[in-house]
Write a protein that binds this ligand. Structure first.
Ligand code: ADP
Length: 171
C-alpha cells in the first residue's frame, strides 16, 4: 500500500483564554487527523485579556500530554489563515460549532477561506453538550464576579486567570 501523507489540521482561534470547550474540539480533531496545530491568532482588531504568548502558554499547559505524544502542537500566527495552513502543510482547518448562532459567521469565514485557497477545507466539530454554552468571554465574566467555573477550564488555569483579571481591574 502507498504511504499515506500525514494529515495535519489547523485549529485557529483567539483562545483568550482556552476553555474546556476548546480542548474538547482539539481532542476530537486529534482522533480524526494525525496532527492538530492549535494556532493562536494575533488579531489586532480584538483586545484580548492575555497576550499572544500567554494564550499560547496556557494552551501548552492544558495540552501537555497530547503535545508529549506528538498529536498536538501550539503555535501563534498572524496574517491570512489559509496561507499559514499551507505553510504548515495542513489540508484542513477545524472550527467548533456550539449552536446555530455560531453558524452564520463560521459559514462566511469558511467560504471566504475557500475562495482564497481551495486546497484548504474547513471542517466543523461539535463539542460535548456540556460545553455548548461556554465561551472565553463568559468564563472571564463568571470569574470576575467570583462565580464557580469548575468543569469549564483546567483547574491549574483558574488561579492564573483570576490573577490576570485582578491585575486588569479598573481602579
Ligand atoms: P475566535 O475569536 O476565532 O472565534 P475563539 O477562541 O472564541 O476564537 O474560538 C475558536 C474556535 O473555537 C471557534 O471555532 C469557536 O466557535 C470554537 N469554540 C469556542 N468555544 C467553544 C466551546 N465551548 N465548544 C466548542 N467550540 C468552541
Amino acid at each position: 500500500m502507498p504511504k499515506r501523507t500525514r494529515r495535519i489540521v489547523i485549529y485557529p482561534g483567539s483562545f483568550d483564554p482556552v476553555t474546556n470547550g476548546h480542548l474538547d474540539i482539539v481532542r476530537r480533531a486529534a482522533r480524526l487527523f494525525d496532527h492538530v496545530v492549535v494556532a493562536v491568532s494575533d488579531n489586532s482588531l480584538k483586545k484580548p485579556l492575555f497576550t499572544l504568548n500567554e494564550r499560547r502558554d496556557l494552551l501548552r499547559l492544558s495540552l501537555k500530554a497530547e503535545i508529549r505524544r506528538g498529536h498536538v502542537s501550539v503555535d501563534v500566527f498572524s496574517g491570512l489563515l489559509v496561507r499559514y495552513a499551507l505553510k504548515k502543510g495542513a489540508s484542513a482547518v477545524v472550527r467548533g460549532l456550539r449552536a446555530i448562532s455560531d453558524f452564520e459567521y463560521e459559514f462566511q469565514m469558511a467560504l471566504m477561506n475557500r475562495r482564497q485557497e481551495s486546497r484548504v477545507e474547513t471542517v466543523f466539530l461539535m463539542p460535548d453538550e456540556k460545553y455548548t454554552y461556554l465561551s472565553s468571554t463568559l468564563l472571564k465574566d463568571i470569574l470576575r464576579l467570583g462565580g464557580d467555573v469548575g468543569g469549564f477550564v483546567p483547574p491549574a488555569l483558574v488561579p492564573i486567570i483570576r490573577k490576570k483579571i485582578a491585575a486588569n481591574r479598573l481602579p
